[in-house]
Design a protein around this ligand. Structure first.
Ligand code: 13P
Ligand code: SF4
Length: 358
């Protein structure tokens, strides 16, 4: 639906008043009405890097979800303030691993005698506490665009030196990367269930595993199924199926191409006119890609019409953005995201390991 012209004008005016003081970051899953105001757009990795590269901006307005704003706060200077236009914009996947649960898991690994040669690798989609846990135990953060390099680093003797990896909190990204990119067997991966004593695993299973996958998933990507892929292939002969690695392994295995949001955007840019694509990622992005490429005769459809938007990404709408920008223009900071110094220190250690990956 078209945005309220009044709100568009208010956002524009407030942003103009703020000038260089404000830097607006927008994740690719944001609504059209919001993404138009972003100074840069990107996947999680690019946004983390770009947030850190803007020391002159006093305010960073993060149009994305909570863990992204936390990471921006960790990577920027103390003088910079990070604002999330709606504090309810969380991530259900990040919420699936709490600090207490992860500490308990580590105790379980220690009791089984395997903590010493296990290295945590945590997906960006996790709280600052989980990132700090990761840094404290010699691990790294990864995103969907560098998960392969993060795992290679973790297993390398001159990197993390791991015999096994504890991968948090997205079991699908962990499994997909281990099997597709590192050539592991499905049996090398076990799933740790934080709601079961000992994770539901025996000490032998923990010891023999190469990947201990946390039982978390994305509520949006988890809904694409093998049937979604079969149905679209039947409906659109010759279609290329392009999915995000947060999808389940059977979906990724049946797809033609797999990658982060930035990868998906690039793949469609490079696609020849006349080609057909079914894309399995968040709907705001897929709709924009469909509109952008239709004039060149590229057909882009949503992989499964029964899947919907990421409800938390969608919480950031134009009224919330206007409120953030107008209050900043009046010198009031609302919805600031901060991470305490101790947590930020260790989370930064883990994030900087990621930023230093080859
Ligand atoms: P990327 O943009 O890094 O591919 O991440 C997708 C996502 O789900 C962010 O929440
Ligand atoms: Fe979290 Fe999934 Fe939404 Fe990304 S798309 S913010 S992983 S719930």
């Amino acid at each position: 639906s078209p945005s309220d012209p009044d709100l568009v004008e208010r956002a524009r005016a407030a942003k103009e008043r703020l000038g260089e003081k404000v830097f607006v970051l927008g994740h690719h899953y944001q609504r059209d009405e919001v993404i138009g105001f972003a100074d840069v757009t990107g996947d999680s990795f690019k946004l983390a890097r770009d947030a850190a590269a803007r020391p002159q901006a006093e305010y960073i307005v993060f149009c994305g979800v909570h863990f992204m704003a936390e990471s921006a706060d960790i990577l920027t200077s103390d003088a910079q303030q990070v604002i999330l236009p709606d504090l309810a914009a969380g991530c259900s996947m990040a919420d699936m691993a709490t600090a207490e649960q992860v500490e308990e898991c580590w105790d379980t690994l220690a009791a089984a005698g395997v903590a010493g040669d296990t290295v945590p690798v945590s997906y960006m989609n996790s709280s600052a506490d989980i990132k700090a846990f990761t840094g404290r135990h010699g691990g790294t953060i990864c995103t969907s665009s560098n998960a392969r390099r993060a795992l290679e680093w973790a297993f390398d003797s001159s990197g993390g030196g791991a015999r096994r990896v504890l991968f948090l909190p997205d079991q699908h990204l962990g499994r997909n990367t281990a099997i597709r990119d590192l050539g592991m067997a499905p049996e090398d991966c076990v799933v740790y269930n934080p709601h079961r004593p000992g994770g539901g695993l025996t000490p032998e299973q923990l010891r023999d595993a190469r990947m201990i996958l946390w039982r978390g998933h994305c509520s949006v990507h988890g809904r694409f199924s093998l049937d979604s892929v079969r149905e679209v292939r039947e409906r659109i002969p010759g279609v290329n199926v392009l999915v995000h690695p947060e999808c389940r392994h059977e979906v990724v295995a049946a797809a033609d191409r797999v990658g982060s949001t930035e990868y998906i955007i690039r793949a469609l840019e490079e696609a020849p006119p006349g080609s057909k694509w079914a894309v399995g990622t968040e709907l705001n992005l897929v709709r924009r890609l469909a509109d952008r490429h239709a004039p060149e005769g590229k057909e882009v459809v949503f992989l499964d019409r029964t899947v919907c938007f990421c409800s938390t990404m969608n919480r950031i709408d134009l009224p919330h953005l206007v409120r953030s920008l107008e209050s900043l223009a009046e010198g009031r900071v609302v919805n600031r995201i901060t991470v305490d110094e101790e947590t930020a220190h260790w989370a930064r250690v883990a994030l900087e390991r990621m930023l230093a990956l080859p």
